[in-house]
Design a binder for this molecule. Structure first.
Ligand code: ATP
Length: 220
């Protein structure tokens, strides 16, 4: 739910996040105003959809000048972020988990990975890529201590459901799941699945076929 109290769909939140990334690029290039059709072209959407999405954040541009980039970014920040940011946990500090730690380090001040967990005693009690790593036995204790409600699962498939159960029992309400399993979670918990191997295999498949058939890319 955003600051306005309105419930918005997952795809809308995803598009708002994408618009913010694109607007950050424009701001860094010194662009002060942007029209919905320009943002739409960058995002691969229609101008009508961009306008509809952005109405949700409560800022409308001027018909003559478009959106003020800085003001729109401020509105998106207010809508998408929590004041003070949110703490995130990572479970599974293997190759993928380590890559995620270094990718996120300092990149999203509003979403900080503040604790990592692993079953491997060789990884516990160490700082790995800038993040303190704990034994997974300390999951409940550390999630409570750091007020964590968002977590990333990067353990092997066989361990993922157990980790999801433990995370949700500790109050986690949003999970980014990299394990190739469909997680069962209590109502009210949002799971976002991301399987990079499936995505790469799809890209490779369509590369061999000469690209997806018309209309297939959009509903992939
Ligand atoms: P590495 O070779 O460094 O272990 P990997 O990416 O090949 O990396 P995976 O087998 O995918 O390793 O496991 C990812 C990580 O998840 C490993 O660090 C592993 O120790 C950890 N892990 C496995 N099971 C659990 C569990 N139940 N709880 C927490 N961490 C776990």
């Amino acid at each position: 739910m955003g600051h306005s109290g309105k419930r918005v769909s997952g795809p809308t939140v995803g598009r708002l996040s994408l618009y913010r990334r694109l607007l950050n690029v424009l701001r860094d290039e010194g662009v002060s105003h942007v029209f919905s059709r320009q943002l739409a072209a960058m995002a691969g959407r229609t101008a009508a959809q961009v306008r509809r999405d952005l109405m949700v954040v409560g800022y409308s541009g001027s018909p003559g000048r478009g959106y003020d980039v800085a003001r729109l970014l401020a509105s998106l920040r207010e809508f998408l972020d929590t004041p003070g940011g949110q703490n995130v946990a990572l479970v599974g500090v293997g190759n993928l988990g380590k890559a995620l730690l270094s990718y996120f380090a300092g990149r999203r001040p509003n979403l900080r990975i503040v604790a990592a967990f692993d079953i491997d005693p060789g990884k516990a009690n160490r700082v790995i890529n800038g993040c303190r790593c704990y034994s997974s036995q300390r999951l409940a204790e550390m999630l409570a201590a750091k007020g964590i409600r968002v977590a990333i699962i990067a353990v092997p498939a066989a361990a993922a459901q157990d980790i999801a159960d433990r995370l949700t029992a500790c109050g986690v309400r949003g999970i980014l799941n990299f394990a190739p399993v469909r997680l069962r979670v209590p109502p009210g918990v949002h799971v976002e699945d991301l399987d990079m191997i499936v995505s790469l295999e799809k890209a490779a498949y369509f590369a061999r076929q000469g690209g997806p058939r018309t209309g297939e890319a959009a509903d992939a």
